[in-house]
Design a protein around this ligand. Structure first.
Ligand SMILES: Nc1nc2c(ncn2[C@@H]2O[C@H](COP(=O)(O)OP(=O)(O)OP(=O)(O)O)[C@@H](O)[C@H]2O)c(=O)[nH]1
Ligand SMILES: [Mg+2]
Length: 336
Protein backbone atom coordinates (compact mmCIF):
# COMPACT_ATOMS: atom_id res chain seq x y z
CA UNK A 1 0.00 0.00 0.00
CA UNK A 2 2.80 2.29 1.04
CA UNK A 3 4.61 1.36 -2.18
CA UNK A 4 1.46 2.06 -4.14
CA UNK A 5 1.04 5.46 -2.54
CA UNK A 6 4.73 6.17 -3.12
CA UNK A 7 4.44 5.75 -6.94
CA UNK A 8 1.25 7.74 -7.34
CA UNK A 9 1.86 10.79 -9.56
CA UNK A 10 1.53 14.29 -8.26
CA UNK A 11 -0.59 16.74 -10.30
CA UNK A 12 2.58 18.19 -11.86
CA UNK A 13 3.84 14.75 -12.83
CA UNK A 14 0.48 13.88 -14.39
CA UNK A 15 0.57 17.08 -16.44
CA UNK A 16 4.15 16.37 -17.50
CA UNK A 17 3.19 12.86 -18.63
CA UNK A 18 0.22 14.18 -20.64
CA UNK A 19 2.50 16.79 -22.21
CA UNK A 20 5.13 14.23 -23.03
CA UNK A 21 2.55 11.92 -24.63
CA UNK A 22 1.27 14.85 -26.69
CA UNK A 23 4.79 15.70 -27.87
CA UNK A 24 5.34 12.04 -28.85
CA UNK A 25 2.08 12.03 -30.78
CA UNK A 26 2.96 15.31 -32.54
CA UNK A 27 6.40 14.01 -33.46
CA UNK A 28 4.87 10.81 -34.81
CA UNK A 29 2.31 12.76 -36.88
CA UNK A 30 5.03 15.09 -38.13
CA UNK A 31 7.23 12.13 -39.17
CA UNK A 32 4.24 10.56 -40.92
CA UNK A 33 3.59 13.79 -42.81
CA UNK A 34 7.30 14.05 -43.73
CA UNK A 35 7.11 10.55 -45.23
CA UNK A 36 4.60 11.88 -47.74
CA UNK A 37 6.61 14.96 -48.64
CA UNK A 38 8.62 14.72 -51.82
CA UNK A 39 11.25 17.41 -51.82
CA UNK A 40 12.27 18.40 -55.32
CA UNK A 41 15.14 20.76 -56.01
CA UNK A 42 14.52 22.95 -59.05
CA UNK A 43 17.72 24.31 -60.56
CA UNK A 44 18.59 26.13 -63.76
CA UNK A 45 20.25 29.25 -65.10
CA UNK A 46 18.67 32.68 -64.72
CA UNK A 47 15.28 33.19 -66.36
CA UNK A 48 14.92 29.54 -67.31
CA UNK A 49 11.47 29.31 -65.70
CA UNK A 50 12.04 27.97 -62.15
CA UNK A 51 9.85 30.48 -60.33
CA UNK A 52 7.16 30.09 -62.97
CA UNK A 53 7.08 26.35 -62.34
CA UNK A 54 6.77 26.86 -58.59
CA UNK A 55 3.90 29.29 -59.19
CA UNK A 56 2.18 26.73 -61.40
CA UNK A 57 2.49 24.17 -58.61
CA UNK A 58 0.80 26.57 -56.27
CA UNK A 59 -2.01 27.15 -58.78
CA UNK A 60 -2.46 23.43 -59.42
CA UNK A 61 -2.10 22.07 -55.88
CA UNK A 62 -2.65 24.88 -53.36
CA UNK A 63 -5.75 26.74 -54.51
CA UNK A 64 -3.73 29.42 -56.27
CA UNK A 65 -2.72 32.68 -54.63
CA UNK A 66 -4.42 34.71 -51.92
CA UNK A 67 -5.44 38.31 -52.66
CA UNK A 68 -2.58 39.46 -50.46
CA UNK A 69 -0.04 37.33 -52.33
CA UNK A 70 -1.35 38.57 -55.67
CA UNK A 71 -0.98 42.18 -54.64
CA UNK A 72 2.57 41.49 -53.41
CA UNK A 73 3.47 40.73 -57.06
CA UNK A 74 2.13 44.06 -58.22
CA UNK A 75 5.27 46.23 -57.74
CA UNK A 76 7.41 43.71 -59.65
CA UNK A 77 4.88 43.53 -62.49
CA UNK A 78 4.62 47.33 -62.73
CA UNK A 79 8.40 47.77 -62.55
CA UNK A 80 8.72 45.22 -65.30
CA UNK A 81 6.24 47.05 -67.45
CA UNK A 82 8.29 50.23 -67.21
CA UNK A 83 11.66 48.48 -67.66
CA UNK A 84 10.40 46.55 -70.67
CA UNK A 85 9.05 49.66 -72.39
CA UNK A 86 12.37 51.43 -71.75
CA UNK A 87 14.11 48.45 -73.30
CA UNK A 88 11.90 48.57 -76.39
CA UNK A 89 12.48 52.31 -76.78
CA UNK A 90 16.25 51.76 -76.59
CA UNK A 91 15.79 48.88 -79.05
CA UNK A 92 14.13 51.28 -81.49
CA UNK A 93 17.35 53.29 -81.47
CA UNK A 94 19.46 50.19 -82.13
CA UNK A 95 17.18 49.00 -84.93
CA UNK A 96 16.60 52.50 -86.28
CA UNK A 97 12.84 52.24 -86.06
CA UNK A 98 10.89 55.47 -85.68
CA UNK A 99 7.73 56.08 -83.73
CA UNK A 100 4.80 55.80 -86.15
CA UNK A 101 3.11 58.72 -84.46
CA UNK A 102 5.52 61.58 -83.71
CA UNK A 103 3.16 62.89 -81.02
CA UNK A 104 4.20 59.89 -78.95
CA UNK A 105 7.70 61.37 -78.53
CA UNK A 106 6.56 63.15 -75.39
CA UNK A 107 5.38 59.82 -73.96
CA UNK A 108 8.67 58.15 -74.87
CA UNK A 109 10.50 60.91 -72.99
CA UNK A 110 8.34 60.56 -69.89
CA UNK A 111 8.87 56.75 -69.86
CA UNK A 112 12.63 57.05 -70.31
CA UNK A 113 12.98 59.65 -67.55
CA UNK A 114 10.69 57.87 -65.09
CA UNK A 115 12.28 56.23 -62.04
CA UNK A 116 9.34 55.02 -59.99
CA UNK A 117 6.13 54.02 -61.72
CA UNK A 118 3.58 53.52 -58.92
CA UNK A 119 2.28 55.45 -55.89
CA UNK A 120 1.99 54.38 -52.22
CA UNK A 121 -1.15 52.38 -53.03
CA UNK A 122 0.81 50.55 -55.70
CA UNK A 123 -1.28 52.11 -58.45
CA UNK A 124 0.42 52.86 -61.75
CA UNK A 125 0.92 56.66 -62.01
CA UNK A 126 -1.82 58.02 -64.33
CA UNK A 127 0.55 59.92 -66.66
CA UNK A 128 2.60 56.77 -67.09
CA UNK A 129 -0.43 54.60 -67.63
CA UNK A 130 -1.47 56.97 -70.45
CA UNK A 131 2.05 57.10 -71.91
CA UNK A 132 2.37 53.29 -71.92
CA UNK A 133 -1.05 52.84 -73.60
CA UNK A 134 -0.20 55.40 -76.32
CA UNK A 135 3.21 53.86 -76.93
CA UNK A 136 1.84 50.31 -77.06
CA UNK A 137 -0.66 51.46 -79.69
CA UNK A 138 2.21 52.83 -81.82
CA UNK A 139 3.15 50.55 -84.74
CA UNK A 140 6.83 51.52 -84.44
CA UNK A 141 6.91 50.31 -80.83
CA UNK A 142 5.10 47.10 -81.81
CA UNK A 143 7.59 46.46 -84.62
CA UNK A 144 10.54 46.92 -82.24
CA UNK A 145 8.94 44.71 -79.56
CA UNK A 146 8.43 41.95 -82.14
CA UNK A 147 12.16 42.09 -82.90
CA UNK A 148 13.08 42.08 -79.19
CA UNK A 149 15.45 39.14 -79.63
CA UNK A 150 17.72 41.41 -81.72
CA UNK A 151 18.48 43.58 -78.71
CA UNK A 152 17.71 40.93 -76.10
CA UNK A 153 14.45 41.94 -74.56
CA UNK A 154 13.75 39.38 -71.84
CA UNK A 155 11.40 36.63 -73.11
CA UNK A 156 8.69 37.99 -70.95
CA UNK A 157 9.66 40.46 -68.33
CA UNK A 158 6.98 39.44 -65.84
CA UNK A 159 8.23 38.51 -62.36
CA UNK A 160 11.94 38.88 -62.82
CA UNK A 161 14.01 37.62 -59.90
CA UNK A 162 17.66 36.84 -59.50
CA UNK A 163 17.62 33.27 -58.20
CA UNK A 164 19.54 31.72 -61.08
CA UNK A 165 22.18 34.37 -61.58
CA UNK A 166 25.77 33.45 -60.83
CA UNK A 167 25.97 35.36 -57.54
CA UNK A 168 22.81 33.69 -56.25
CA UNK A 169 23.88 30.10 -56.79
CA UNK A 170 25.80 29.57 -53.59
CA UNK A 171 22.43 29.71 -51.80
CA UNK A 172 21.43 26.53 -53.61
CA UNK A 173 23.71 24.33 -51.55
CA UNK A 174 21.75 24.73 -48.33
CA UNK A 175 18.66 23.50 -50.17
CA UNK A 176 20.18 20.16 -51.00
CA UNK A 177 19.20 18.24 -47.87
CA UNK A 178 16.49 15.59 -48.11
CA UNK A 179 16.03 16.11 -51.80
CA UNK A 180 14.40 13.25 -53.69
CA UNK A 181 14.87 14.59 -57.19
CA UNK A 182 16.76 17.27 -59.04
CA UNK A 183 14.80 19.03 -61.71
CA UNK A 184 16.96 21.10 -64.05
CA UNK A 185 15.27 23.77 -66.15
CA UNK A 186 16.71 24.84 -69.49
CA UNK A 187 15.40 27.84 -71.43
CA UNK A 188 15.59 26.51 -75.00
CA UNK A 189 14.88 29.99 -76.33
CA UNK A 190 18.16 31.24 -74.85
CA UNK A 191 20.23 29.65 -77.64
CA UNK A 192 20.69 33.05 -79.31
CA UNK A 193 20.93 35.16 -76.14
CA UNK A 194 23.71 36.20 -73.78
CA UNK A 195 23.80 36.52 -69.98
CA UNK A 196 22.64 39.72 -68.33
CA UNK A 197 25.63 39.54 -65.97
CA UNK A 198 28.15 38.76 -68.74
CA UNK A 199 27.17 39.65 -72.32
CA UNK A 200 30.10 37.66 -73.70
CA UNK A 201 28.57 34.35 -72.57
CA UNK A 202 25.81 32.57 -74.46
CA UNK A 203 22.84 31.58 -72.24
CA UNK A 204 22.59 28.03 -73.50
CA UNK A 205 26.33 27.44 -73.07
CA UNK A 206 26.05 28.74 -69.50
CA UNK A 207 23.14 26.43 -68.86
CA UNK A 208 25.10 23.45 -70.25
CA UNK A 209 28.07 24.23 -68.03
CA UNK A 210 25.79 24.45 -65.03
CA UNK A 211 23.97 21.23 -65.86
CA UNK A 212 27.26 19.41 -66.33
CA UNK A 213 28.52 20.55 -62.92
CA UNK A 214 25.28 19.58 -61.18
CA UNK A 215 24.75 16.35 -63.03
CA UNK A 216 28.33 15.27 -62.36
CA UNK A 217 28.28 16.76 -58.88
CA UNK A 218 31.32 18.95 -59.41
CA UNK A 219 29.36 21.90 -58.07
CA UNK A 220 28.70 20.13 -54.79
CA UNK A 221 31.99 18.29 -54.50
CA UNK A 222 33.64 21.49 -53.35
CA UNK A 223 31.29 21.52 -50.37
CA UNK A 224 30.77 19.04 -47.56
CA UNK A 225 27.27 18.28 -48.80
CA UNK A 226 28.08 15.24 -50.90
CA UNK A 227 25.87 12.73 -49.07
CA UNK A 228 22.97 15.04 -49.46
CA UNK A 229 20.08 12.76 -49.98
CA UNK A 230 18.73 11.17 -46.83
CA UNK A 231 15.91 8.78 -47.56
CA UNK A 232 12.86 9.22 -45.40
CA UNK A 233 12.15 5.50 -45.73
CA UNK A 234 14.99 4.87 -43.35
CA UNK A 235 16.55 7.65 -41.39
CA UNK A 236 20.13 6.68 -41.97
CA UNK A 237 19.89 5.24 -45.44
CA UNK A 238 21.79 7.55 -47.74
CA UNK A 239 21.68 7.60 -51.48
CA UNK A 240 22.44 9.98 -54.25
CA UNK A 241 19.78 10.57 -56.85
CA UNK A 242 20.49 8.20 -59.70
CA UNK A 243 18.54 10.35 -62.08
CA UNK A 244 17.90 13.91 -63.15
CA UNK A 245 14.90 15.41 -64.84
CA UNK A 246 15.45 17.95 -67.56
CA UNK A 247 12.74 20.46 -68.34
CA UNK A 248 13.49 21.74 -71.83
CA UNK A 249 11.43 24.86 -71.22
CA UNK A 250 10.17 27.81 -73.27
CA UNK A 251 9.44 25.52 -76.19
CA UNK A 252 6.78 28.02 -77.32
CA UNK A 253 9.32 30.83 -77.71
CA UNK A 254 11.86 28.42 -79.20
CA UNK A 255 9.36 27.29 -81.81
CA UNK A 256 8.61 30.88 -82.70
CA UNK A 257 12.27 31.84 -83.06
CA UNK A 258 13.32 28.80 -85.07
CA UNK A 259 10.29 28.98 -87.37
CA UNK A 260 9.99 32.68 -88.03
CA UNK A 261 13.03 34.79 -87.20
CA UNK A 262 15.84 33.44 -89.36
CA UNK A 263 17.90 32.97 -86.20
CA UNK A 264 18.84 29.42 -87.13
CA UNK A 265 20.31 27.10 -84.53
CA UNK A 266 23.38 26.37 -86.71
CA UNK A 267 24.36 30.05 -86.40
CA UNK A 268 24.80 29.57 -82.64
CA UNK A 269 25.59 25.85 -82.44
CA UNK A 270 27.60 25.06 -85.59
CA UNK A 271 27.53 21.34 -84.71
CA UNK A 272 23.83 21.30 -85.56
CA UNK A 273 23.41 19.93 -89.06
CA UNK A 274 19.60 19.76 -89.19
CA UNK A 275 17.41 21.75 -91.53
CA UNK A 276 16.63 25.39 -90.77
CA UNK A 277 13.13 25.92 -89.34
CA UNK A 278 12.95 22.28 -88.20
CA UNK A 279 11.87 22.91 -84.60
CA UNK A 280 11.72 19.26 -83.60
CA UNK A 281 15.23 18.35 -84.70
CA UNK A 282 16.63 21.60 -83.28
CA UNK A 283 15.04 20.90 -79.86
CA UNK A 284 16.18 17.27 -79.91
CA UNK A 285 19.72 18.33 -80.81
CA UNK A 286 19.89 20.61 -77.77
CA UNK A 287 18.43 17.86 -75.59
CA UNK A 288 21.02 15.35 -76.87
CA UNK A 289 23.79 17.85 -76.13
CA UNK A 290 22.60 18.18 -72.53
CA UNK A 291 22.22 14.42 -72.08
CA UNK A 292 25.73 13.85 -73.44
CA UNK A 293 27.12 15.98 -70.59
CA UNK A 294 26.22 13.27 -68.10
CA UNK A 295 29.42 11.32 -67.31
CA UNK A 296 27.78 8.56 -65.34
CA UNK A 297 26.33 5.71 -67.43
CA UNK A 298 24.26 4.62 -64.40
CA UNK A 299 22.52 7.95 -64.11
CA UNK A 300 19.28 8.27 -66.05
CA UNK A 301 18.25 11.58 -67.56
CA UNK A 302 14.51 11.99 -68.06
CA UNK A 303 13.26 14.91 -70.09
CA UNK A 304 10.14 16.90 -70.92
CA UNK A 305 9.59 19.71 -73.41
CA UNK A 306 7.63 22.33 -71.51
CA UNK A 307 5.99 25.74 -71.54
CA UNK A 308 6.11 26.76 -67.89
CA UNK A 309 3.60 29.56 -68.41
CA UNK A 310 0.97 27.05 -69.55
CA UNK A 311 -0.76 25.62 -66.48
CA UNK A 312 -2.38 22.69 -68.28
CA UNK A 313 0.93 21.66 -69.85
CA UNK A 314 2.68 21.74 -66.46
CA UNK A 315 -0.14 19.85 -64.79
CA UNK A 316 0.27 16.93 -67.19
CA UNK A 317 4.06 17.00 -67.13
CA UNK A 318 4.21 17.14 -63.33
CA UNK A 319 1.98 14.13 -63.00
CA UNK A 320 4.48 12.14 -65.07
CA UNK A 321 7.37 13.62 -63.09
CA UNK A 322 5.83 12.52 -59.79
CA UNK A 323 5.36 8.97 -61.11
CA UNK A 324 9.00 8.94 -62.20
CA UNK A 325 10.20 10.19 -58.81
CA UNK A 326 8.15 7.64 -56.89
CA UNK A 327 9.31 4.80 -59.12
CA UNK A 328 12.96 5.83 -58.87
CA UNK A 329 12.82 6.27 -55.09
CA UNK A 330 11.18 2.91 -54.59
CA UNK A 331 13.85 1.33 -56.75
CA UNK A 332 16.54 3.08 -54.76
CA UNK A 333 15.35 1.40 -51.57
CA UNK A 334 14.82 -1.89 -53.44
CA UNK A 335 11.07 -1.96 -53.03
CA UNK A 336 10.56 -2.49 -56.76
N1 LIG B 1 6.74 32.26 -73.13
C1 LIG B 1 7.25 31.66 -72.05
N2 LIG B 1 7.72 32.39 -71.03
C2 LIG B 1 8.22 31.72 -69.97
C3 LIG B 1 8.27 30.31 -69.89
N3 LIG B 1 8.81 29.97 -68.71
C4 LIG B 1 9.06 31.11 -68.07
N4 LIG B 1 8.71 32.17 -68.82
C5 LIG B 1 8.89 33.59 -68.50
O1 LIG B 1 10.29 33.80 -68.39
C6 LIG B 1 10.59 34.74 -67.38
C7 LIG B 1 11.57 34.15 -66.39
O2 LIG B 1 10.93 33.08 -65.71
P1 LIG B 1 11.21 32.79 -64.17
O3 LIG B 1 10.32 31.69 -63.77
O4 LIG B 1 11.19 34.05 -63.39
O5 LIG B 1 12.71 32.28 -64.29
P2 LIG B 1 13.69 31.82 -63.10
O6 LIG B 1 14.36 30.59 -63.57
O7 LIG B 1 12.95 31.75 -61.82
O8 LIG B 1 14.70 33.02 -63.14
P3 LIG B 1 15.71 33.43 -61.96
O9 LIG B 1 14.91 33.53 -60.71
O10 LIG B 1 16.25 34.72 -62.46
O11 LIG B 1 16.79 32.40 -61.89
C8 LIG B 1 9.24 35.08 -66.73
O12 LIG B 1 8.82 36.28 -67.29
C9 LIG B 1 8.31 33.97 -67.16
O13 LIG B 1 6.99 34.41 -67.30
C10 LIG B 1 7.77 29.56 -71.01
O14 LIG B 1 7.81 28.33 -71.06
N5 LIG B 1 7.28 30.29 -72.06
MG1 LIG C 1 13.20 32.77 -59.99
Amino acid sequence: MGLCLGTEDTEDEKKAKINSAKIDRDLYECAKREMNVVKILILGAAESGKSTLVKQMKIIHSNGFTKQELSSFKPAVLDNLLTSMKFVLHGMGVLRINLANSRNKVHAHSVLSCGRCFDEEQVLLPFLSHALSCLWADQGVRAAAARGYEYELNDSALMYDVGGQRTERRKWISCFEDVRAVLFVVALSGYDMTLVEDPSVNRLQESMKLFSSICNNVFFRSTSMMAFCKSTFSQFLCFQPTFSILFMNKIDLFQDKISHTGRHLRLYLPQFKGADCDVDSAARFILATFVSLNNSPKKLIYHHFTTATDTSNIQVVFQVVMETIIKENLEAVSLL
